[in-house]
Each structure stands twice: as structure tokens, then as C-alpha cells.
Design a protein. Structure first.
Length: 255
């Protein structure tokens, strides 16, 4: 190795580098001294921000007054939720009963309507087919009926639908003086029926907690099916042993 001093004098030295002592050694990752140096550098940079004020430590000052205020807000929220749950539980119980009564009434009507029509009007095959028009037309018109009655809200609309069904089946049983008149009452009954069916799901989900909509709808469906079984058994026992007539069965369904 040759080099020159500031005075211009030249020097020549020979340096021997022996790496034989490192033979057979292996290194994984960063060398230890290098890793330590990098860590110290990171600590120095972070601490220098605090000292210089470039970055400040974030401190939350939480006093006893803050804790008291938070506790009071929690208690007020819990009381509000308790009142809300209590109110919803009572409302859901009423709606649950309404769905069960609906299932019972539908079962009674479905079990007796065809026999009533056959005995009262001796309808032909053509008339029986024509009856499907006023019976199923409300299913097509339900979107328009719901739009016209939007101002009532879902729960008032459900009550209105049940009242319309009850009125329709009473008029059908007591005042069907002719086949055309009977079709009018049947149309009214079917309109209430088709209005209420979709509302069962929408109102049921209003009473469901987050992620529990399926469970809530299952409870409502189960109540309707169980009540339908009770309705079928009631019709069977009523006509065989209790002297039921079509009028009395329709009045029972309307109630």
C-alpha cells in the first residue's frame, strides 16, 4: 500500500490481512454489533423527538369528575335500555299473539270455506276457477294497497289488515246473498290476508336483536303453525261433536 504525506513524501507499507481464522464460520441475519448499533440509533431518534418537542407524548388527563360523569351516563343508558326492552317485550308479546290468532283463523277458514261454497252455491268447475281471480288478485295489488296506506305505518297497517280480514269473513258467512256478492266479500277477506302476510316478517325483524332476525322469524312462524294445528283440531271437534255451523266457524275465525 502506497500513500503520500502532506509534505509530498511518499511511503510504501505492506499489510497482510489473514481471514483464515474466520474459516468455517457462518452468520445468520444481521451481525450482532450492527443490530445493536441500529437499535441504539432508533432509540436516540425517538427520544430526540420528545426532547426537541417535535413530537409530544400523548397524555389523557382523567379526573374523578370525569369518572363520575361517565358512571352517570352509563347508568342513564342502562335505564333507557331496560325501559326500551320492557316496552319491546310487551309489544312483541302482543304481536306474537296476533300472529298466532292469524294462524288459527286461517286454519279455520281454509278448513271450511270450500265446503261452505259447495253447499251454499253448488258452484260449477268454471265458477270455482273464476273464484281464484278475486281470491288471488289482492296478491298482485298488495304493492299498490301498501303504497296507498303507507302513512299508517307497518303496525297500524297490520291491525287494519286483520280488521279487514275479520270483516270480510263475517260478511262472507252472513251476507253472501248471491255468488257475485260472495266474491266481493271474498276479495275483501283476501286483501286483508295478503296485506298482513308480508308485514309479519317486516314487523318481526323490528323486534329482533342484531344477528337474531332468523331466530325471531322462526318463533313467529312456529306460533302460526302451532295455532293452525289447533284451528284444524277445533274444526274437526266442532263439526263432529259441538254442533258447529259454517256461520259459527266463520265468526270464530273473525274473533
Amino acid at each position: 500500500m502506497e500513500y503520500e504525506s502532506v509534505t509530498g513524501k511518499r511511503y510504501s507499507d505492506q499489510i497482510t490481512i489473514d481471514v483464515s481464522e474466520l474459516k468455517g464460520m457462518h452468520q445468520l441475519g444481521k451481525p450482532n454489533l450492527y443490530a445493536i448499533a441500529q437499535s441504539v440509533k432508533a432509540i436516540q431518534e425517538g427520544f430526540s423527538h420528545v426532547v426537541s418537542g417535535f413530537k409530544k407524548i400523548h397524555a389523557d388527563v382523567y379526573t374523578a369528575e370525569d369518572r363520575d360523569r361517565e358512571d352517570e351516563e352509563k347508568r342513564a343508558y342502562m335505564e333507557k335500555m331496560k325501559r326500551r326492552l320492557s316496552t319491546q317485550s310487551a309489544q312483541f308479546a302482543l304481536f306474537f299473539a296476533a300472529v298466532a290468532v292469524f294462524g288459527f283463523s286461517q286454519s279455520v277458514v281454509d278448513s271450511t270455506l270450500n265446503n261452505f261454497l259447495a253447499e251454499s252455491f253448488s258452484i260449477s268447475e268454471f265458477q270455482r276457477g273464476f273464484m281464484e281471480l278475486p281470491r288471488e288478485m289482492p296478491g298482485f295489488l298488495v304493492i299498490f294497497l301498501s303504497a296507498l296506506l303507507f302513512f299508517m305505518g307497518s303496525r297500524r297497517l297490520a291491525a287494519f289488515a286483520n280488521a279487514l280480514m275479520a270483516l270480510g269473513i263475517i260478511l262472507l258467512g252472513l251476507f253472501s246473498t248471491s255468488f257475485p256478492v260472495m266474491l266481493v266479500w271474498l276479495f275483501a277477506f283476501s286483501s286483508g290476508q295478503h296485506l298482513f302476510l308480508p308485514l309479519t316478517s317486516s314487523i318481526g325483524m323490528e323486534f329482533a336483536a342484531d344477528g337474531k332476525a332468523g331466530s325471531r322469524l322462526g318463533q313467529l312462524s312456529g306460533s302460526a303453525h302451532l295455532a293452525a294445528i289447533v284451528g284444524g283440531v277445533t274444526v274437526l271437534a266442532g263439526f263432529n261433536y259441538l254442533g258447529f255451523t259454517f256461520d259459527s266457524s266463520f265468526m270464530l275465525a273473525a274473533e
